[in-house]
Design a protein around this ligand. Structure first.
Ligand code: HEM
Length: 404
């Protein structure tokens, strides 16, 4: 890896420098400074924050906003990308600032409280057990296909009130949208928006006791959100509700399989599960870079002069391995209880689904290890392919053997 000193004008290529081995790259970057200007795969030049304190502060900084300032996208050569993406998906919790953000978030907060989520426990356990029953017919499976993907996908579909028969299409679409180099993002976003509109129309005709019906009522009866905001809300809930939890399960299983003593400790004592889930999130969390923010005024970010209109990205992956916050940060230790990790973000955009993700993680690992205590990797860890994404940190496939 070649890194230029941060004092020169040279801007490193994020894809080349970071994506192939992010933890190694971030060790070098953090030592060099808390923030670094880098060229992103789509051509944008952005400030990337790598250290914990600075990352946490940036996530809660009102001077960094989601809406691009006038001219910001054009200056970055990004007008085209923005134009391609379906307008129907564009305005959602993740992309807007207060007061719109406050209004939209209020519509869904109650559905995701710990108490409401806890009520889902028996059903999530049942879904997990059914998937594990099916896995038991095999000696070797791709854990992503067999378990890590269908579990959260089924949970979020049921939670929203969405039939899950289209989930394979949905999986392909979200992969296109979230992985680097997708020339298909424009058309795929249009297909996804059309699919969501059909879904909403069907639910309007056949309402249920579910979150999608409640959102449609908030739209139709109380006019609390626009039709585009409704479509985009369902989009973001479906997408955020599964993509991330897939990686929580697969990255966590991979970390355990690479650290057999930790796997043995967790299998022997399920009481360690809640703490273990926090360590999975810290050690190799599902979100690599938090979503894009823009400087609204000229500001100095820890010595770096960030001009109004410049984009800023926060590396959650890097912040969670910062030695100034976590002792011996590259050591995987399920007993460390790293409550202050940033895997769910921080500030007003803090993950809406954190309680749900934690519950799904706890159930997924508990049930999986109880059922297959001799789980092992089928193949060498070095052969695993990581997703080519600046947002999602996760493997493409995770082949495992189910018995010794
Ligand atoms: C926001 C991580 C699961 C829904 C976020 C953010 C992070 C995150 C880092 C903030 C992004 C930013 O500030 O740029 C995760 C992780 C998960 C997970 C690591 C699993 C382990 C879920 C689930 C849902 C969900 C299950 C369920 C619907 C959302 C939503 C937002 C969000 C709607 C936007 C909140 C806002 O902007 O106000 N998530 N998430 N997430 N997450 Fe999650």
């Amino acid at each position: 890896m070649s890194l230029s000193p941060s004092s020169t004008e040279q801007i490193d290529d994020f894809e080349k420098v970071v994506l192939s081995d992010p933890h190694q790259a971030y060790r070098v970057l953090r030592a060099d400074g808390p923030v670094r200007k880098m060229q992103m795969p789509d051509g944008m030049k952005a400030w990337v924050i790598t250290r914990y304190d600075e990352a946490r502060a940036a996530l809660a900084d009102p001077a960094l906003q989601k809406a691009p300032p006038a001219g910001g996208m054009a200056e970055q050569g990004l007008q085209q990308l923005d134009d391609d993406f379906s307008d129907d998906l564009a305005a959602n919790l993740i992309t807007v600032d207060p007061p719109e953000h406050t209004r939209l978030r209020k519509l869904v907060t109650k559905a995701f409280t710990s108490r409401r989520v806890e009520a889902l426990r028996p059903r999530i356990e049942q879904i997990a057990d059914e998937l594990l029953d099916e896995m038991a017919n095999h000696t070797e499976v791709d854990l992503l296909d067999a378990f890590a993907f269908p579990l959260p996908m089924t949970v979020i579909c049921e939670f929203l009130g969405v039939p899950d028969e289209d989930r394979d299409d949905f999986r392909q679409w979200s992969k296109y949208l979230l992985d680097v180099d997708s020339a298909e993002a424009g058309p795929v976003s249009a297909s996804m928006a059309a699919y969501l509109m059909r879904l909403i129309a069907t639910k309007r005709d056949d309402p249920g006791d579910d979150l999608l019906t409640a959102l449609i009522q908030a739209r139709d009866d109380d006019d609390r959100l626009s039709e585009q905001e409704l479509v985009s809300m369902v989009f973001v809930l479906l997408l955020a509700g599964h993509e991330t939890t897939v990686s929580l399960i697969s990255n966590g299983v991979l970390a355990l399989l690479r650290h057999p003593e930790q796997l043995a400790a967790l299998t022997a004592d399920p009481g360690l599960l809640p703490g273990a889930v926090e360590e999975f999130l810290r050690f190799d969390g599902p979100i690599h870079l938090a979503t894009l923010r823009w400087a609204t005024t000229d500001l100095t970010l820890h010595g770096a002069s960030v001009a109004a209109g410049e984009p800023v990205l926060v590396s959650l992956l890097s912040a969670n391995r910062d030695a100034s916050r976590f002792d011996d940060p590259d050591r995987f230790d399920i007993t460390r209880k790293p409550e202050s990790h940033l895997a769910f973000g921080h500030g007003i955009h803090y993950c809406l689904g954190a309680a749900l993700a934690r519950l799904e993680g706890e159930i997924a690992f508990g049930r999986l290890l109880a059922r297959f205590p001799d789980l092992s990797l089928a193949g060498e860890p070095e052969a695993l392919q990581w997703r080519h994404s600046t947002l999602i940190r996760g493997v493409e496939r995770l082949p495992v053997r189910l018995a010794a």
